[in-house]
Ligand binder design. Structure first.
Ligand SMILES: NC(=O)c1ccc[n+]([C@@H]2O[C@H](COP(=O)([O-])OP(=O)(O)OC[C@H]3O[C@@H](n4cnc5c(N)ncnc54)[C@H](O)[C@@H]3O)[C@@H](O)[C@H]2O)c1
Length: 246
């Protein structure tokens, strides 16, 4: 499951699952391009990856600003190609259909669907030309089962599964695998800060393993999908949820 001689781009790498990916990928030998909109957390992630021996390029940017994204990434990725793309960055605008503003719906679809597609359009051609590539999209159990007060988020995460399967069909003949992980409840800073204890407990009760995931537990599955060991896996949606959502 080593990732030597691979260069991975990870979105939302400043904290949570993205930072855990940066650390696990660095431990396994990958060089990294790390993106986040928060310069302080990104700096910590960069240091953590460098301490583990990775060569790191970091870019502070808002991924939803698609117009400026291409130019910034062109510059950062000009010298070396990206072998592995991890579409991880995300945010939520909770609400039932009655409470959700259309603007919030568009924002959530933007970060979870438009940004991954944009990055795929940018990096897939080179992966195809080199006949090797890995794309891993971070979806959610909510993308499989829906969620009453998470209309935008669960719709976006379900769409990301559709995107995964469609791009897998397109890219497979050229040696590029495309997979998704459907993460369960994971102990990240956002979940710790934003989610009421009652909602966490409701999910934990439904989780056979009886606890939240640690970010590294999601990151290790993403790293596996990025590795040579996963060479015959594509278009898969792997639940990493402690059994929640079965
Ligand atoms: N934590 C969970 O329980 C859980 C469960 C299922 C799926 N997920 C998914 O996993 C992914 C990571 O989740 P997390 O809990 O680690 O999130 P998080 O909020 O802890 O971290 C997300 C990171 O993405 C960055 N980011 C967000 N929007 C950005 C933008 N427009 N431009 C640049 N950077 C941006 C943030 O600054 C942050 O560093 C998300 O896609 C999330 O939907 C999380």
């Amino acid at each position: 499951m080593r990732l030597e001689y691979r260069r991975a781009l990870i979105t939302g790498a400043g904290q949570g699952i993205g930072r855990a990916c940066a650390e696990v990928f660095a431990e396994r030998g990958a060089d990294l391009v790390l993106l986040d909109r928060n310069p302080e957390t990104l700096e910590i992630a960069v240091k953590a990856a460098m301490d583990r021996g990775s060569k790191v390029t970091a870019l502070t940017l808002d991924l939803t600003d698609l117009e400026s994204l291409e130019g910034k990434l062109d510059q950062a990725c000009r010298d070396l190609p990206i072998d592995i793309l991890v579409n991880n960055a995300g945010f939520d605008r909770p609400g039932t259909s009655a409470r959700l503003e259309m603007s919030g719906f568009s924002e959530v679809l933007g970060i979870h669907l438009s940004v991954p597609l944009f990055l795929i359009k940018l990096f897939l051609p080179t992966m195809k030309a080199r006949k090797w590539g890995r794309i891993i999209n971070v979806s959610s159990i909510y993308g499989l089962i829906g969620a009453k007060a998470e209309v935008a988020y669960s719709t976006a995460k379900a769409g990301l599964i559709g995107l995964t399967k469609s791009i897998a069909r397109e890219a497979g003949p050229r040696g590029v695998t495309v997979n998704a992980v459907a993460a369960g409840l994971t102990r990240t800073p956002t979940i710790e800060k934003m989610m009421a204890e009652k909602y966490k407990q409701d999910i934990i009760i439904e989780t056979p393993l009886g606890r939240m995931a640690e970010p590294e537990e999601i990151a290790r599955v993403i790293a596996f999908l990025a590795s040579e060991d996963a060479s015959y896996i594509t278009a898969a949606v792997i639940p990493v949820s402690g059994g929640w959502g079965i």
